[in-house]
Design a protein around this ligand. Structure first.
Ligand SMILES: [Zn+2]
Length: 299
Protein backbone atom coordinates (compact mmCIF):
# COMPACT_ATOMS: atom_id res chain seq x y z
CA UNK A 1 0.00 0.00 0.00
CA UNK A 2 1.22 3.45 -0.90
CA UNK A 3 1.28 6.52 1.33
CA UNK A 4 -1.56 8.90 0.41
CA UNK A 5 0.84 11.87 0.58
CA UNK A 6 4.29 10.77 -0.63
CA UNK A 7 3.53 7.45 -2.42
CA UNK A 8 6.20 5.64 -0.38
CA UNK A 9 5.60 1.94 0.26
CA UNK A 10 7.83 1.99 3.31
CA UNK A 11 5.39 1.78 6.23
CA UNK A 12 4.31 -0.09 9.34
CA UNK A 13 1.30 -0.53 11.64
CA UNK A 14 0.78 2.58 13.76
CA UNK A 15 -0.08 2.83 17.46
CA UNK A 16 -3.79 3.13 16.64
CA UNK A 17 -5.66 -0.17 16.93
CA UNK A 18 -7.40 -1.51 13.81
CA UNK A 19 -11.15 -0.99 13.70
CA UNK A 20 -13.88 -3.28 12.40
CA UNK A 21 -16.58 -1.50 10.43
CA UNK A 22 -19.09 -2.69 7.84
CA UNK A 23 -17.73 -6.27 8.16
CA UNK A 24 -14.22 -5.13 7.25
CA UNK A 25 -10.99 -4.50 9.11
CA UNK A 26 -9.39 -1.10 8.69
CA UNK A 27 -5.74 -0.73 9.73
CA UNK A 28 -3.95 2.49 10.65
CA UNK A 29 -0.66 2.55 8.76
CA UNK A 30 2.24 4.92 9.39
CA UNK A 31 4.43 6.04 6.48
CA UNK A 32 8.07 5.76 7.54
CA UNK A 33 9.08 8.51 5.11
CA UNK A 34 6.67 11.44 5.58
CA UNK A 35 5.15 10.11 8.86
CA UNK A 36 1.57 10.39 7.55
CA UNK A 37 -0.79 7.98 9.24
CA UNK A 38 -3.48 6.66 6.92
CA UNK A 39 -6.22 4.10 6.87
CA UNK A 40 -6.00 0.91 4.86
CA UNK A 41 -8.04 -0.09 2.95
CA UNK A 42 -9.66 3.22 2.13
CA UNK A 43 -13.43 3.20 2.73
CA UNK A 44 -15.35 2.54 -0.50
CA UNK A 45 -18.63 4.15 -1.62
CA UNK A 46 -20.69 1.63 0.31
CA UNK A 47 -18.75 2.35 3.53
CA UNK A 48 -19.05 6.10 2.96
CA UNK A 49 -22.82 5.96 2.44
CA UNK A 50 -23.11 4.13 5.76
CA UNK A 51 -20.78 6.61 7.49
CA UNK A 52 -22.62 9.71 6.29
CA UNK A 53 -26.37 9.12 6.23
CA UNK A 54 -28.64 12.09 5.34
CA UNK A 55 -29.14 12.72 9.07
CA UNK A 56 -25.36 13.34 9.51
CA UNK A 57 -25.65 17.13 8.94
CA UNK A 58 -28.85 17.65 10.92
CA UNK A 59 -30.48 20.33 8.72
CA UNK A 60 -29.63 24.05 8.61
CA UNK A 61 -28.32 25.99 11.61
CA UNK A 62 -29.30 29.66 11.21
CA UNK A 63 -27.95 30.81 14.57
CA UNK A 64 -26.15 34.13 14.28
CA UNK A 65 -23.46 34.20 16.95
CA UNK A 66 -23.46 37.05 19.49
CA UNK A 67 -19.76 36.50 19.99
CA UNK A 68 -17.88 35.49 16.83
CA UNK A 69 -14.68 35.02 18.85
CA UNK A 70 -16.20 32.11 20.73
CA UNK A 71 -15.09 28.75 19.37
CA UNK A 72 -18.07 26.46 18.75
CA UNK A 73 -18.02 22.90 20.04
CA UNK A 74 -16.60 20.53 17.46
CA UNK A 75 -14.84 23.27 15.52
CA UNK A 76 -11.12 24.03 15.79
CA UNK A 77 -11.06 27.84 15.75
CA UNK A 78 -13.64 30.61 16.09
CA UNK A 79 -15.37 32.11 13.04
CA UNK A 80 -13.70 35.41 13.93
CA UNK A 81 -10.23 33.88 13.54
CA UNK A 82 -11.24 32.90 9.98
CA UNK A 83 -12.61 36.39 9.26
CA UNK A 84 -9.50 38.01 10.81
CA UNK A 85 -7.25 36.00 8.49
CA UNK A 86 -9.28 37.11 5.47
CA UNK A 87 -9.17 40.71 6.66
CA UNK A 88 -5.39 40.48 7.11
CA UNK A 89 -5.05 40.03 3.33
CA UNK A 90 -7.63 42.72 2.55
CA UNK A 91 -9.97 40.07 1.14
CA UNK A 92 -13.05 41.22 -0.71
CA UNK A 93 -14.23 38.35 -2.91
CA UNK A 94 -16.30 35.20 -3.01
CA UNK A 95 -16.03 32.22 -0.66
CA UNK A 96 -17.24 28.66 -0.96
CA UNK A 97 -17.50 26.61 2.20
CA UNK A 98 -16.66 23.14 0.87
CA UNK A 99 -18.31 20.65 3.20
CA UNK A 100 -20.49 23.39 4.65
CA UNK A 101 -22.55 21.04 6.86
CA UNK A 102 -25.38 22.92 8.52
CA UNK A 103 -24.31 26.18 6.76
CA UNK A 104 -23.80 27.94 10.08
CA UNK A 105 -20.48 29.43 8.94
CA UNK A 106 -22.23 30.68 5.78
CA UNK A 107 -25.07 32.46 7.60
CA UNK A 108 -22.54 34.12 9.93
CA UNK A 109 -20.23 35.03 7.03
CA UNK A 110 -23.17 36.62 5.16
CA UNK A 111 -24.08 38.60 8.28
CA UNK A 112 -20.44 39.71 8.50
CA UNK A 113 -20.62 40.98 4.92
CA UNK A 114 -19.07 38.17 2.88
CA UNK A 115 -20.45 36.47 -0.23
CA UNK A 116 -20.33 32.84 0.81
CA UNK A 117 -21.78 29.77 -0.94
CA UNK A 118 -21.61 26.11 0.02
CA UNK A 119 -21.02 22.56 -1.21
CA UNK A 120 -21.97 19.29 0.43
CA UNK A 121 -21.85 15.58 -0.41
CA UNK A 122 -25.38 14.39 0.06
CA UNK A 123 -27.75 15.65 -2.70
CA UNK A 124 -30.72 15.47 -0.32
CA UNK A 125 -28.94 17.74 2.14
CA UNK A 126 -28.04 20.15 -0.68
CA UNK A 127 -31.75 20.38 -1.57
CA UNK A 128 -32.49 21.40 2.02
CA UNK A 129 -29.73 24.04 1.94
CA UNK A 130 -31.05 25.48 -1.34
CA UNK A 131 -34.59 25.65 0.01
CA UNK A 132 -33.67 27.16 3.39
CA UNK A 133 -31.10 29.68 2.14
CA UNK A 134 -32.31 30.64 -1.35
CA UNK A 135 -30.22 33.83 -1.33
CA UNK A 136 -26.97 31.84 -1.78
CA UNK A 137 -25.78 29.10 -4.17
CA UNK A 138 -25.36 25.51 -3.03
CA UNK A 139 -23.84 22.62 -4.96
CA UNK A 140 -23.28 18.94 -4.48
CA UNK A 141 -19.57 18.17 -4.39
CA UNK A 142 -19.79 16.54 -7.83
CA UNK A 143 -21.69 19.49 -9.35
CA UNK A 144 -19.12 21.89 -7.95
CA UNK A 145 -16.01 19.97 -8.99
CA UNK A 146 -17.35 19.15 -12.45
CA UNK A 147 -18.57 22.66 -13.26
CA UNK A 148 -16.37 24.30 -15.86
CA UNK A 149 -17.47 27.85 -15.04
CA UNK A 150 -17.81 28.18 -11.27
CA UNK A 151 -14.70 29.50 -9.50
CA UNK A 152 -14.15 31.22 -6.18
CA UNK A 153 -11.58 33.50 -4.54
CA UNK A 154 -11.52 31.42 -1.36
CA UNK A 155 -12.27 27.77 -0.72
CA UNK A 156 -12.81 27.04 2.95
CA UNK A 157 -12.62 23.56 4.45
CA UNK A 158 -13.49 23.09 8.09
CA UNK A 159 -12.93 19.60 9.49
CA UNK A 160 -13.09 18.22 5.95
CA UNK A 161 -9.58 17.52 4.67
CA UNK A 162 -8.98 14.56 7.00
CA UNK A 163 -12.08 12.85 5.54
CA UNK A 164 -10.87 12.81 1.92
CA UNK A 165 -10.17 9.29 0.66
CA UNK A 166 -7.80 10.74 -1.97
CA UNK A 167 -6.47 13.99 -0.46
CA UNK A 168 -4.02 14.72 -3.28
CA UNK A 169 -6.59 14.30 -6.04
CA UNK A 170 -8.98 16.48 -4.04
CA UNK A 171 -6.35 19.22 -3.63
CA UNK A 172 -5.74 19.14 -7.38
CA UNK A 173 -9.48 19.32 -8.08
CA UNK A 174 -10.06 22.14 -5.59
CA UNK A 175 -7.15 24.13 -6.95
CA UNK A 176 -8.88 24.22 -10.35
CA UNK A 177 -11.91 25.76 -8.67
CA UNK A 178 -9.89 28.70 -7.37
CA UNK A 179 -9.54 31.90 -9.33
CA UNK A 180 -5.95 32.99 -10.11
CA UNK A 181 -4.17 33.93 -6.85
CA UNK A 182 -7.11 32.48 -4.90
CA UNK A 183 -6.83 31.18 -1.36
CA UNK A 184 -7.34 27.98 0.60
CA UNK A 185 -8.62 28.51 4.12
CA UNK A 186 -8.57 25.36 6.23
CA UNK A 187 -9.02 24.27 9.77
CA UNK A 188 -8.72 20.74 11.03
CA UNK A 189 -6.87 18.26 13.20
CA UNK A 190 -3.16 17.46 13.02
CA UNK A 191 -3.59 14.34 15.06
CA UNK A 192 -0.03 13.06 14.97
CA UNK A 193 1.63 16.42 15.60
CA UNK A 194 3.69 16.54 18.78
CA UNK A 195 1.87 17.39 22.00
CA UNK A 196 1.95 15.90 25.47
CA UNK A 197 -1.56 14.42 25.33
CA UNK A 198 -0.58 12.49 22.18
CA UNK A 199 2.39 10.92 23.99
CA UNK A 200 -0.03 9.80 26.68
CA UNK A 201 -2.46 8.37 24.11
CA UNK A 202 0.35 6.45 22.38
CA UNK A 203 1.45 4.96 25.69
CA UNK A 204 -2.15 4.10 26.55
CA UNK A 205 -2.84 2.35 23.21
CA UNK A 206 0.49 0.49 23.23
CA UNK A 207 -0.04 -0.73 26.81
CA UNK A 208 -3.57 -1.83 26.00
CA UNK A 209 -2.35 -3.69 22.92
CA UNK A 210 0.00 -5.68 25.19
CA UNK A 211 -2.53 -6.27 27.96
CA UNK A 212 -5.51 -7.01 25.68
CA UNK A 213 -4.09 -8.26 22.37
CA UNK A 214 -7.46 -9.62 21.27
CA UNK A 215 -9.49 -6.50 22.07
CA UNK A 216 -11.91 -5.77 19.24
CA UNK A 217 -12.27 -2.10 18.34
CA UNK A 218 -15.38 -1.03 16.42
CA UNK A 219 -15.49 2.67 15.69
CA UNK A 220 -16.42 4.40 12.45
CA UNK A 221 -13.26 5.11 10.42
CA UNK A 222 -14.25 8.61 9.32
CA UNK A 223 -10.75 10.11 9.42
CA UNK A 224 -8.68 8.79 6.52
CA UNK A 225 -5.45 10.66 7.20
CA UNK A 226 -3.74 11.77 10.40
CA UNK A 227 -1.24 14.53 9.71
CA UNK A 228 1.43 16.49 11.54
CA UNK A 229 2.53 20.08 11.07
CA UNK A 230 5.34 19.20 8.68
CA UNK A 231 3.62 16.82 6.24
CA UNK A 232 0.46 18.96 6.25
CA UNK A 233 2.42 22.07 5.25
CA UNK A 234 4.47 20.09 2.74
CA UNK A 235 1.42 18.84 0.83
CA UNK A 236 0.03 22.38 0.41
CA UNK A 237 3.43 23.55 -0.81
CA UNK A 238 3.68 20.63 -3.23
CA UNK A 239 0.39 21.73 -4.81
CA UNK A 240 1.64 25.26 -5.40
CA UNK A 241 0.22 27.08 -2.39
CA UNK A 242 2.23 29.74 -0.57
CA UNK A 243 1.69 29.66 3.19
CA UNK A 244 0.35 32.92 4.58
CA UNK A 245 -0.59 31.54 7.98
CA UNK A 246 -0.28 28.17 9.69
CA UNK A 247 -1.42 28.40 13.25
CA UNK A 248 -1.14 25.39 15.55
CA UNK A 249 -3.21 25.14 18.69
CA UNK A 250 -3.71 22.41 21.25
CA UNK A 251 -7.27 21.53 22.21
CA UNK A 252 -8.53 19.01 24.73
CA UNK A 253 -10.14 16.96 21.95
CA UNK A 254 -10.40 13.95 21.75
CA UNK A 255 -10.32 14.17 25.55
CA UNK A 256 -13.23 15.81 27.42
CA UNK A 257 -12.81 19.52 28.18
CA UNK A 258 -14.58 19.60 31.54
CA UNK A 259 -14.63 17.38 34.62
CA UNK A 260 -18.43 17.52 34.47
CA UNK A 261 -18.30 15.73 31.08
CA UNK A 262 -15.81 13.09 32.28
CA UNK A 263 -17.13 9.76 33.51
CA UNK A 264 -14.87 7.67 35.70
CA UNK A 265 -11.28 7.99 36.78
CA UNK A 266 -9.69 7.46 33.33
CA UNK A 267 -11.71 10.27 31.72
CA UNK A 268 -11.03 12.58 34.67
CA UNK A 269 -7.34 11.83 34.26
CA UNK A 270 -7.72 12.63 30.55
CA UNK A 271 -9.12 16.08 31.44
CA UNK A 272 -6.02 16.76 33.56
CA UNK A 273 -3.65 15.51 30.84
CA UNK A 274 -5.45 17.65 28.24
CA UNK A 275 -5.11 20.75 30.43
CA UNK A 276 -1.40 20.17 31.07
CA UNK A 277 -0.89 19.54 27.34
CA UNK A 278 -2.72 22.79 26.45
CA UNK A 279 -0.59 24.73 28.97
CA UNK A 280 2.65 23.35 27.47
CA UNK A 281 1.54 24.02 23.92
CA UNK A 282 0.95 27.69 24.74
CA UNK A 283 4.70 28.11 25.22
CA UNK A 284 5.70 25.67 22.46
CA UNK A 285 4.11 27.15 19.31
CA UNK A 286 4.65 24.01 17.16
CA UNK A 287 2.98 21.68 19.66
CA UNK A 288 -0.72 21.10 19.26
CA UNK A 289 -3.38 18.94 17.64
CA UNK A 290 -5.32 21.43 15.50
CA UNK A 291 -4.38 23.88 12.75
CA UNK A 292 -5.69 26.90 10.90
CA UNK A 293 -4.17 27.50 7.46
CA UNK A 294 -4.35 30.21 4.85
CA UNK A 295 -2.45 29.63 1.63
CA UNK A 296 -2.42 31.39 -1.72
CA UNK A 297 -2.37 29.71 -5.10
CA UNK A 298 0.80 30.95 -6.74
CA UNK A 299 1.15 28.73 -9.82
ZN1 LIG B 1 4.46 9.26 3.18
Amino acid sequence: MRCLFCNSENNKQSFLPSTFYNDKRFDYIKCNDCLLLFIHPRPNDEDLIRMYPPSYQGGVNRKILDNLSKKLDGLRFSYKSHFDLLESIGFDGTIIDFGCGSANFIVNAIKYGYLCDGAEYNPKHVEILKRELPERNFFTVDEFLNSSTVQYDVIRLSNVFEHFTDPKQMLADLKKKLKPNGYLLLEGPIETNFNLALQFRKLYFKTRMVLQPNRRVEHTPTHIIFTNRKNQLEIFKQFGFKTIEFKVQESAWPFPTKFSNANGIVQKLNVIIARISIAFSKVMPKWGNTFLYLGQKVD
